[in-house]
Design a protein around this ligand. Structure first.
Ligand SMILES: [Zn+2]
Ligand SMILES: [Zn+2]
Ligand SMILES: [Zn+2]
Length: 328
């Protein structure tokens, strides 16, 4: 989960370059987060998904910004609300006060009902009327086809291509911005300190160390991001290091993939001190070493095997109340 890209993204917030990740609607009518996107690697996937995951983990808060409707035809956002005629779809409807002769059902504007002497006369059946024979209606009258309706149809009109859609036919985006949750910054610092510790340890052992780097796959067509790549050129010993709060089997699989590509040994660091049972099993099978970050910033071989539900570290429990607010 904490890929190199995710840590770069969070570091952008931590160093104050930006306060929040704010959404934009791109030309295709999709929500984009350019400030987040630029830090992520292709393998990290959609920035929105990444930000949502970080929010669901309580690392980032998420705040409602706006709700926009995007044109299904051309992708433009900012569609305008408009009422249209239910008969012909024309937006050229005007709300009018009309009178109805209850008995015969004749409907017309007030003028047409008014006789010379101040009395009422039905323009439909020509009867003289008392006010109690008349009902006042508020109707939307279509200036294009003449259709009258008590309620016009709600619709949205595209400001670019002028297409008109019913709201449920348009694409609705809820826009959120994301920033550090209370403990988010210290979470990031923990991940980074684990990486620094490991890099320092390798350097002490005369490894050439690259932090937040990439290795290239065999075919040479893909850069695979890794947290740390170390090499002892003299002995030809290589090591690839992954850092996770609480490694799960997917994390081990990805590390193993990099290890095979680099022809290296794998080291997995848990910053929570725990590793899921499946991850531990998999690490053992792939001969990946597991280290756990200690309070004092050092790395030790001891770690806990977590048999409980994944993603319920102390940190998770602390922030679960925050998440509940969002899910309501
Ligand atoms: Zn009409
Ligand atoms: Zn009448
Ligand atoms: Zn459009």
């Amino acid at each position: 989960m904490a890929t190199p890209g995710v840590l770069r993204l969070l570091a952008e917030l931590a160093d104050g370059t930006i306060e929040e990740f704010t959404p934009l609607i791109d030309e295709d009518g999709r929500v984009s987060y350019p400030d987040a996107q630029q830090h992520l690697d292709a393998r990290d996937g959609d920035p929105f998904e990444v930000l949502e995951t970080l929010a669901s983990r309580g690392i980032l808060y998420r705040e409602f910004r706006d709700k926009v409707y995007v044109c299904p035809d051309c992708g433009a956002d900012g569609m305008r609300f408009m009422t249209i005629c239910p008969g012909c779809g024309s937006p050229n409807t005007i709300e009018q006060e009309l009178l109805e002769h209850i008995e015969c059902g004749g409907v017309a504007p007030r003028d047409a009902f008014q006789a010379n002497d101040g009395e009422y006369m039905c323009p439909e059946c020509d009867l003289s009327l008392h006010p109690e024979h008349i009902e006042t209606l508020s109707q939307h009258v279509c200036q294009t086809c003449g259709e009258r309706a008590a309620d016009p149809v709600n619709s949205l009109r595209c400001r670019e291509c002028v297409s008109i859609y019913e709201p449920e036919e348009t694409i609705e985006w809820v826009l959120y911005s994301y920033g550090f949750e209370r403990d988010g910054e210290s979470w990031l610092e923990t991940q980074l300190s684990a990486r620094r510790s490991m890099a320092g340890m390798l350097r002490e052992r005369d490894f050439n160390v690259e932090v937040d780097t990439t290795i290239t796959n065999e075919a040479g067509n893909e850069e695979i991001p890794v947290h740390i790549r170390g090499e002892d050129e003299l002995l030809g010993d290589r090591v690839i290091v992954a850092v996770h709060e609480r490694p799960i089997s997917d994390d081990v699989e990805r590390l193993q993939n990099s290890v095979e590509v680099a022809g290296a040994r794998g080291v997995l660091i848990t910053t929570s001190g725990a590793v899921s049972e499946q991850a531990e099993e998999l690490a053992r099978r792939h001969e990946i070493g597991v280290l756990s970050l200690q309070q004092d910033g050092s790395l030790k071989r001891e770690y806990e095997t977590a048999t409980d539900v994944p993603q319920s570290s102390v940190f998770e429990r602390l922030t679960s109340s925050v998440r509940q607010q969002f899910s309501q």
